[in-house]
Design a protein around this ligand. Structure first.
Ligand SMILES: C[S@@+](CC[C@H](N)C(=O)[O-])C[C@H]1O[C@@H](n2cnc3c(N)ncnc32)[C@H](O)[C@@H]1O
Length: 458
């Protein structure tokens, strides 16, 4: 099929460009031209406040109505007025002089189209629907935005720096391609995305110096999978999950999240229930090291955030001691996800100025917490793993001075379609949840902020 338009990228650094029109639409076009380094002239009787504020002295404003004689030696022209006649006049004149012209929202008057762009300069992606469906282009753009790391430009710049050296040192074309692929898909690129440029450059140099001695070590990515709803994953989490060779996942990682991992990645369940540890923690730590040493990209997927009651610190300790490249990707912790989905702000000017996260895990049949600290007024207390210990928690808080009518919420399977929220007081919550046959995971929130739920749930 014939290609409708011929895509090119135009160098505009210090090039004279004309924008006819001075409103909000013109402002957007000026922004784009400015970011490409163009020298901009605007012709309009008036310009909007935004143009003055953002570009004041950096553009040439000719305060007048457009006339054909205004078109001189310009590299590109944009017509962005709300007068169709002027737009048509600009287009005709520009095209007569063979100057590329774009008329906003009038594709029939354009000799070039401005695409939707994803800017990771020097990497730029442009999407065009030939002016037929800009909304579609924007939708595609937002999908791609989430897949292309913000640091892609840095990666390209780093590759540009060593390009000539690589060409001289690795002469065989196929070996060179493999070399570049190893960088783009491996831990060096991930370092660059994280901004660790010096360390990445050192590794790159070592790789150029001894390409054959390079033994592919894998890497471990410790990823916070959030509390359940897959929409709560970060862009980085999703990107790394889609590169995984092997995924080690916990009990709390939802199927919906797990299904977003690379389809052919091997999955290993290492979850722990209260009394059933399918794999002991030390064995998980060792397994991560062993799998990475075999050259695998290992995703360790953990519920919530790896560093909040997640033993992430222990897992990276052995990785670090074993010189395995690793990265920790934060996730939305249960407190944040569950509170938001239940309509309970964790802090509020009139209710709580601080918030405490604690674990209510039973140890030797009791809960070992600093009850005086928990009983401090004007704060919210969030208790992870507190379901079994709830009767003790409620009793101890009342014993240490908290009002027996203090508000409490228990959120079951928060952020998932099965979410249930139970509210009550310290005095009656145990009875309430006994009747409801609540199942883990659950999160407990104690504090007067719970009262706000009735106004904040839509
Ligand atoms: C071992 S901790 C892990 C916490 C996790 N690292 C985080 O940041 O959320 C497990 C506890 O988190 C809480 N939790 C995790 N996901 C939850 C959810 N979807 N709904 C309610 N509570 C949840 C429960 O209290 C559960 O017992």
């Amino acid at each position: 099929m014939r290609m409708e338009n011929y895509p090119i990228f135009v160098k505009l650094q210090d090039q004279p460009c004309l924008v006819v029109g001075g409103g909000e639409v013109a402002l957007r076009k000026i922004r784009l031209l400015q970011s490409a380094g163009a020298k901009i002239t605007v012709i309009a009787p008036d310009i909007c406040k935004g143009i003055t504020q953002e570009f004041g002295p950096n553009i040439q404003h000719n305060r007048k109505k457009y006339e054909d004689s205004d078109i001189g030696n310009y590299r590109l022209i944009t017509a962005a007025t709300n007068d169709v006649n002027i737009n048509a006049q600009v287009s005709a004149r520009a095209q007569a002089l063979n100057i590329p012209v774009n008329v906003v929202d009038q594709p029939e008057l354009c000799s070039f189209i401005t695409p939707s762009i994803i800017d990771r300069s020097p990497v730029i992606l442009a999407i065009s629907t030939g002016g037929s469906a800009p909304v579609l282009a924007r939708q595609l753009r937002s999908k791609l935005e989430s897949l292309i790391p913000a640091g892609y430009g840095r990666l390209a710049l780093t590759m540009r720096k060593i390009r000539d050296e690589v060409k001289t040192r690795i002469v065989d074309e196929k070996s060179r391609r493999l070399f570049w692929e190893k960088i783009v898909h491996g831990p060096i690129a991930e370092k660059i995305f994280l901004g660790q440029i010096t360390s990445a450059e050192t590794e790159l140099q070592a790789l150029i110096d001894t390409p054959n001695a390079y033994i592919e070590t894998g890497a471990v990515w410790l990823i916070g999978a959030g509390p359940g709803d897959p929409d709560l994953l970060t862009f980085r989490a999703l990107r790394l999950m889609q590169q995984a060779d092997i995924v080690l996942y916990d009990r709390l990682v939802s199927d919906d999240v797990l299904n977003l991992c690379r389809r052919d990645a091997e999955r290993i369940y290492v979850g722990k229930k209260r009394s059933d540890h399918s794999l002991e923690q030390t064995k998980i730590n060792q397994l991560l090291v062993d799998l990475a040493k075999q050259g695998n990209r290992v995703v360790r997927l953990k519920g919530g955030d790896p560093f909040i009651f997640g033993r992430g610190g222990e897992e990276i300790d052995l990785l670090s001691k074993s010189n395995i490249p690793f990265q920790v990707v934060p996730g939305i912790t249960a407190a944040s996800g569950c509170a938001t989905y239940a309509g309970i702000p964790l802090t509020h000017r009139d209710h709580a100025q601080s918030c405490l996260f604690v674990t209510g895990h039973l140890k030797d049949g009791t809960v070992d917490l600093d009850w005086y600290q928990l009983a401090t007024p004007n704060q919210t207390v969030v208790i992870y793993m507190g379901l079994i210990g709830l009767p003790i928690i409620a009793k101890e808080l009342i014993k240490h001075g908290v009002d027996k009518n203090m508000d409490i919420a228990l959120i079951e399977q928060g952020t998932t379609p099965q979410q249930r929220v139970f509210t009550g007081t310290l005095n009656n919550i145990v009875e309430t949840i006994e009747r409801a046959a609540v199942r883990a995971p659950t999160l407990i929130i104690i504090g007067t902020v719970v009262q706000l739920r009735k106004d904040l749930v839509s």
